[in-house]
Design a protein. Structure first.
Length: 443
């Protein structure tokens, strides 16, 4: 009860049978937040002095007993994608076009907020699809970058005996300094560090739970009888390292005690950057977005009765022009999806906007997805029938018929392109440049 809005199970794991959260466990979790994967327990034992069995037990309890996941923070622009927010005032939308690219659909008290992750060259097409299928959005916001807030577990839960959204804001002034890499917004151009399908697997596993992304990747390589699989897993993680900036421990309570609030802050770029920098270590902040027009979008998870007290605090951080607030209960999420793994064309080595549905159908039919998170309500994992039904709802029956016809042609071309051999993971990794494989240099 001393930690308002925080998962009680998380606090219980941190305390581990004691009266208060343990510093050594908090230090382990801060290490995770302020370092990039892979999180090698032997290395952590050496650097932190916490026995490896204790680290292993902590990770297991977090995932299995407290249902707390650790989410990888990575830069969309570094893997060839940009983020788009479509706001529809006064509409509750359940299905939207380009479903393969949707990150989330959320019902708020003022309407629907849809977040997409798409290739930048297809922004015009997405705008046209939205306008044709749903009507012109009230606002269409392209974000320059977003970062996950990474508050110190040790600072908030060990050095202090209680926490609520107001005291947390005051404690934030004394937050220890953390490396810029893990909280700074990316200011560079769109590029793509992905080299092959394993790199995509790594990022996907990182979004599901970054504590185990190395082990899962290692396991997949081993299952394909690929030699030196552990070293190759680490090598592949180095491919995407430039896109990664630590992880976030998702310790906020998912109960009805908390709401999700989207805070739209209209201000100068300098003011927006200042606000985002302050909130980058605030425990009740999750996603911090800098928009291309210089304004900001902040996602807060907290008890509703604190929201009216936090808004004036944000307004006073600098010269803010206006603030709009959209709130929802955490059960107001219609759809949430992980990285659009299936939309990457491994033959062409790029994200494929128009063929995403064909690629998805192909991958559903050819193999059971290895990345399925069992019983996870936050990942889209439909069978073919359900997927086609959702396509029909969002795009129309004529579109579905066209896609299915094109799928047959697409499958034939793929078959010829790959010398009439079905592509599998082992072929992709071991073909490489020597055999002119579709993904370039081998692992």
């Amino acid at each position: 009860m001393k930690f308002i809005g925080i998962s009680p199970e998380f606090i219980k794991v941190l305390a581990s049978g004691n009266l208060k959260p343990q510093r050594r466990y908090a230090q382990v979790l801060d290490y995770v937040q302020y370092h990039n994967p892979p999180y090698m327990q032997a290395t952590m034992e050496k650097e932190l002095g916490v026995p490896q069995p204790s680290i292993s037990r902590l990770f297991s309890l977090l995932s299995e007993e407290a249902s707390i996941r650790t989410r990888l923070d990575f830069i969309y622009k570094m893997i060839g994608l940009i983020g788009v927010v479509a706001i529809y005032e006064g509409k509750w939308i359940n299905t939207a076009p380009a479903i393969d690219w949707i990150s989330s659909i959320n019902h708020t008290h003022r309407g629907t907020i849809i977040i997409y992750r798409i290739p930048p060259d297809n922004l015009k097409e997405l705008k046209l699809l939205l306008k044709y299928k749903l009507g012109k959005p009230t606002e269409l916001l392209i974000f320059e970058d977003f970062v996950l807030a990474k508050p110190s577990i040790e600072h908030y839960f060990v050095d202090n005996n209680e926490l609520d959204p107001i005291t947390a804001l005051k404690l934030n002034e004394y937050h220890p300094v953390i490396p810029d890499r893990y909280i700074s917004l990316y200011q560079g151009e769109v590029r793509n560090v992905i080299q092959d399908v394993i790199d995509l697997n790594i990022l996907l596993y990182g979004e599901i739970n970054s504590l185990y992304m190395h082990i899962r990747t290692w396991g997949i390589l081993s299952s394909e009888s690929i030699g030196r699989s552990r070293k190759k897993a680490v090598l592949h993680m180095s491919h995407v390292d430039p896109a990664m900036r630590g992880s976030r421990i998702m310790f906020l309570s998912k109960s009805e005690d908390n709401i999700l609030a989207y805070i739209r802050v209209k201000a100068s770029r300098e003011c927006s950057m200042n606000i985002l920098n302050i909130l980058s270590t605030y425990p009740y902040a999750t996603n911090l977005l800098l928009l291309e027009d210089g304004s900001a979008l902040i996602m807060l998870v907290m008890p509703s009765n604190y929201l009216t007290r936090i808004i004036p605090e944000i307004r006073n951080m600098c010269q803010v022009d206006s603030i709009d607030v959209y709130t929802q209960t955490l059960s107001g999420t219609v759809l949430r999806q992980y990285l659009p793994f299936r939309n990457y064309n491994h033959v062409k080595r790029r994200w494929d906007f128009w063929n995403a549905s064909i690629l998805t159908i192909m991958k559903i039919r050819t193999q059971k997805p290895r990345y399925r998170a069992e019983n996870d309500p936050f990942v889209m994992e439909w069978d073919e029938k359900k997927y086609i039904e959702e396509l029909r709802n969002s795009m129309g029956e004529e579109y579905v018929r066209k896609i299915l016809r094109e799928y047959e042609e697409f499958s034939y071309i793929e078959k010829i392109t790959n010398d009439k051999k079905k592509i599998n993971l082992r072929d992709i990794i071991q073909s490489g440049s020597k055999s002119g494989g579709p993904l370039g240099p081998s692992a």
